[in-house]
Design a protein around this ligand. Sequence first.
Ligand SMILES: [Zn+2]
Length: 100
Amino acid sequence: MADSAKCSHCSATNENILHALRDCPHSLEIWMRLGMCQHVEFFTTDYVLWLCRFARSDLAVLFLFVVWWIWRWRNEMVLGDGGWSPQTLLMKIRGDVAAQ
Ligand SMILES: [Zn+2]
């Protein structure tokens, strides 16, 4: 995360861990394109329960790769050369999942 409390992707005023990994519209696009948002509890839990529940589910491998790559994506935007497109991020995620 950047020095400011604003989200580096969408400029939301309160960037927290759940916003960064799940609720930011840019992160949400990735979750939606991978079909992870179909679970009712996906958006109704705090971040500890969200991480624990999905990291232990039958979707754990995909879930953990998405969390990891969204975090890297955000860091790349703040610290790197401006970040990747959503399509590039999806290719990285799908490549890692296929290699498992
Ligand atoms: Zn955001």
